[in-house]
Ligand binder design. Structure first.
Ligand code: PLP
Length: 348
């Protein structure tokens, strides 16, 4: 009731409105969370718990981020059934298999908008139509998409969508979940009555202002930025293919995020490339950035059918708006030298 509190409330609501306007939805359909992972948890568990009496079957894909896969695994331990749909060798979801997986008790489809390791964009429109045809709620993890591609949520028609500020130059530790008006979901964190009683915990006011401002900034000039990043990515891929033998470009060339390039260098260990690039001041990742630091083989690369050697030799780079063509040239020069040297060492 006091003025400082009212001021905080006002900036939170202004930020919510800004995000809702950009995504073309209603202000009361945006809920703030701490990150993309929390948004995924809240969406999937929230829908599962609220629809327990309707059914216990969930459909997802084999290439989801751990925030989705591990949430589904937890629900399986709680008695839910989960179908993990296959993808083709470009990472595109098999729509026929998806439709066949739908049962009388399917309550939720959760399929990512775009993949974080290989950049493939999924046919969200078609999946949404399928979900609507069978009267099933559809959630999409759009953490890699919001802020990087223009989205009109009213047109898209999905029921729930996760986003995270640090994917579009916003602060770390703040995310949001869109939930279409009328979709019932349960809170998963108990406590106070924040976020219309759906997400307990004192609001991260600075983060909330930050995510809204970052989204606003990312939308200005988005087309030119996309063009710039795509030009760098295409140049990177074509130069690598031209100069380094035995490589495979992973992902879907026709429908992909602008800034992700995932290439397998046969016969080399991706982590060795990462360490060598790091010594030159270049940051890259051998698997998903979100799962790196753990010694696990990429479930995404294995789902698209790569053999062990190509999985181990995968290198993912993410290109941002501040990168330049000269930096890409340095990257390719470095890669040519590193891969040649590592391959020679392995042959010895
Ligand atoms: N989903 C996808 C597709 C991601 O790429 C990430 C992180 O990179 C997440 C979820 C998790 O988001 P956060 O790091 O904000 O928890």
């Amino acid at each position: 009731m006091y003025s400082l509190g009212r001021k905080s409330r006002r900036v939170i609501e202004e930020s919510r409105e800004k995000i809702a306007d950009i995504l073309n939805v209603k202000k009361n359909e945006i809920y703030f969370t701490s990150c993309g992972s929390e948004s995924d948890n809240l969406a999937i568990k929230g829908i599962a718990y609220a629809n327990k009496n309707r059914g216990n079957h969930i459909i997802t894909s084999k290439i989801e981020h751990p925030a989705v896969i591990n949430t589904c695994k937890t629900l399986e331990r709680q008695g839910y059934r989960v179908s993990y749909i296959n993808v083709d060798n470009n990472g595109v979801i098999n729509l026929e298999e998806l439709e066949q997986a739908i049962c009388h008790d399917t309550i939720l489809i959760t399929i990512m908008f775009a993949n974080n390791e290989i950049g493939t964009i999924e046919p969200i429109d078609e999946i949404n139509k399928l979900a609507k045809k069978h009267n099933i709620i559809f959630h999409t993890d759009a953490v890699q998409v919001v802020g990087n591609l223009r989205i009109d949520l009213e047109k898209l028609g999905v029921d729930l969508l996760s986003m995270s500020a640090h994917k579009f130059y916003g602060p770390k530790g703040i995310g949001a979940l869109y939930v279409k008006e009328g979709i019932e979901f349960e809170r998963v964190q108990d406590g106070g009555h924040q976020e219309k009683n759906k997400r307990a915990g004192t609001e991260n006011v600075a983060g909330i202002v930050g995510i809204a401002k970052a989204l606003e900034l990312s939308m200005t000039n988005i087309e030119n930025r996309k063009k710039h990043i795509e030009r760098l990515r295409d140049f990177y891929i074509s130069e690598v293919k031209k100069r380094i033998p035995n490589v495979r470009v992973n992902g879907n060339n026709n429908c992909t995020l602008p800034g992700i390039a995932n290439i397998s260098f046969d016969g080399v260990i991706g982590e060795d490339i990462v360490l060598n690039l790091d010594m030159k001041g270049i940051c890259a990742s051998s698997g998903s950035a979100c799962t790196s630091g753990q010694n696990t083989t990429s479930h995404v690369l294995s789902a698209i059918g790569l053999d062990e050697s190509l999985i181990n030799g995968a290198l993912r780079i993410s290109i941002g708006e501040e990168n330049t063509i000269d930096e890409i040239k340095i990257l390719v020069d470095s890669l040519e030298e590193i891969v040649k040297r590592l391959r020679k060492n392995i042959i010895k």
